[in-house]
Design a protein around this ligand. Structure first.
Ligand code: E4P
Length: 219
């Protein structure tokens, strides 16, 4: 499963991408607003930091407007994915852009039927929002399982990009459900490797080595 950071904060992306474990980035208008910098300039910088897809979302809601914005977005870099909403105009734009070889991320997916329609429109990525489904008292991870089944049943190549991730448990469940990508805030990325027994074990190793003066000669 690929790891994407769900942020438009360039400094944050630079910091965590240095781990070599960040494959791509997703942004959306709310994240761009939060970052407070020119959206296109930020996307340019982000595309040069990570090796994989960087989603830049259109702001228009009509087909013509989306295509106009997509023209600007897709010129940013080869690894840009144009993000469109799961609406009729968004799916029309998805089909057109995909047909022209542009990566497309269809966002705001809340049902397996919607995911099926996005795949039929040639989406590179589908973004089901786990956390927002959970917030409604429904089963966000069930949505990932259902989309996996639909895509496998009909051999769709659209990648399931699990979004709206709120916890490390969500990430664990996405791994088990067969999501292709998980996009997460930096705070969750940071927490992925945390385990109290790792910290405890390391402290004991270091204490024992210090007590017996164990060294690595030549280092
Ligand atoms: C990613 O593509 C989505 O825009 C994002 O994960 C939404 O997350 P939220 O529900 O926490 O805003």
């Amino acid at each position: 499963m690929k790891i994407f950071l769900d942020t438009a904060d360039v400094a944050e992306i630079r910091e965590y991408a240095a781990s070599g474990l960040v494959d791509g980035v997703t942004t959306n208008p709310s994240l761009a607003a939060k970052a407070g910098k020119d959206y296109v300039e930020s996307l340019k910088e982000i595309c040069s930091i990570v090796p994989g897809a960087v989603s830049g979302e259109v702001l228009a809601t009509d087909f013509a407007g989306m295509m106009k914005e997509a023209e600007v977005l897709r010129k940013i870099a080869a690894n840009i994915a144009v993000k469109v909403p799961l609406t009729w105009d968004g799916l029309k734009a998805c089909a057109k852009l995909s047909g022209e070889g542009t990566m497309v991320n269809v966002t705001l997916c809340f049902s397996p039927v919607q995911a099926w329609m996005a795949a039929k429109a040639g989406a590179t990525f589908i973004s089901p929002f786990i956390g927002r489904v959970d917030d409604m008292g429904e089963d966000g991870l069930g949505l990932i399982h259902d989309i996996r089944a639909v895509y496998d049943n009909y051999n769709f190549k659209t990648e399931i990009l699990a979004a709206s991730i709120r916890s490390v448990s969500h990430v664990r469940e996405c791994l088990l459900a067969g999501a292709d990508v998980a996009t997460m805030p930096a705070s969750i990325f940071k927490a992925l490797i945390s385990h109290p027994l790792t910290d405890k074990g390391l402290a004991a190793f270091m204490a024992d080595a210090k007590k017996a003066n164990v060294t690595i000669k030549g280092a």
